[in-house]
Design a protein around this ligand. Sequence first.
Ligand code: ASP
Length: 440
Amino acid sequence: MLECIVTKFGGSSLANDEQFRKVRSILELEPTRRYLVPSAPGKRYPTDDKVTDLLYACHARASSGEPFEDLFVKIRERYLSIAQQLHLKVDIQSALEEVHAGIGGGKSRDWCASRGEYLCGLLMADYLGWRFLDAAEGIRFREDGTLDAEKTQELLSGLLKDGESTVVPGFYGAREDGEVVTFSRGGSDITGALVARAVNADVYENWTDVSGFLMADPRIIDSPAEISSITYKELRELSHMGASVLHEDAMFPVHRAGIPTNIRNTNKPYHPGTLISKNAPNEVSVPTITGIAGHKGYSVISVEKNMMNSEVGFGRKVLSVLEEYGISFEHMPTGIDSMCVVVSSEQLNPHREEILARLEKLVEGSGAISVNDNMSIIATVGRGMVHNCGTAARLFSAMSRARINVRMIDQGSSELSIIVGVNDSDFEATIHAIYHEFVG
Ligand code: ASP
């Protein structure tokens, strides 16, 4: 029996009174679900507004002296209708008027945006009969706007130590002086992870509108298989390559504390979703690959220089040129007298000429620099690779059967992923070839 579960519900799970009802029945199914972190109400239908977007828009209007009433009416209507439909007692009308006055009275952009979660938390606490804890009291930001994770841990664990069922609104906290600060968009995921760490939860459940992670992008592969279990390290690799369901920063607090995260679907409450954990414990059989993700739009800078291999520090000189321009490199396959640095074209292009001129200087008289654009990088990730011989052979045979030219290969010795570089025009075909080879 689990002792304590922290739940976070995303905007679509809280979009109207019907979704609120679903949330309550999910909590009733499992009484150890004792903490709830809500987002702000999201879209009820595809063309609907997200409350957070409306709040940002109200603030933008107010700060340029324009009226924002037509937008605020929509916000007011969202909360009032939930309160009325669920017969809630909380004085949401006055809370809404305070928000209205705050926006008109020059409150900060972060404060305005955070009110979406704040108001939603007030409604939810009333509906569940739970305590409401303002996140400004428990989540601490530094003067420079970054999260103070240690102070937050101290504050939140103190405030929640009595074990009482509590709603903590997502997305924001405050500085020491009380000034409200928000995370970046989608940041309620981080709040949930911080609460889970603070109460040392057995599981952090992140409820959304999908049944977890898919093995590949559904825009490329038709109905890809679902991932039932994944490690935090694998997820880092996949999300870095663009697969996203969870805010990237939400992984650190729970990963560090050894708390698994379970992605669940509010609209399919019995679906087990995806479990993200440190070591994917108790596995009966590990699939060879866990997921595939990739990105177009990379450039490969090839640096050739005679006797490069024996020149100690040459690689550092190349990388320090990129560093000076604030460019991070993605991969760096090397040969004896050559090295390739793969960077995002978007980062390279603004300084392309200067960077290439600097690199030319480094190899002057004994080498050459060339750049190939329009390259895609595809990561095939799987903790199962380490136990399976022949994974690389299968992957490259599948690509060769599909007549795809492999332009770059990178595999770390941890054997967690195999990275391939192909022409952008082969991007989709590569994902198809790999997926069908391993998944069928
Ligand atoms: N409401 C915020 C957003 O739309 C935060 C969140 O939902 O996680 O980005």
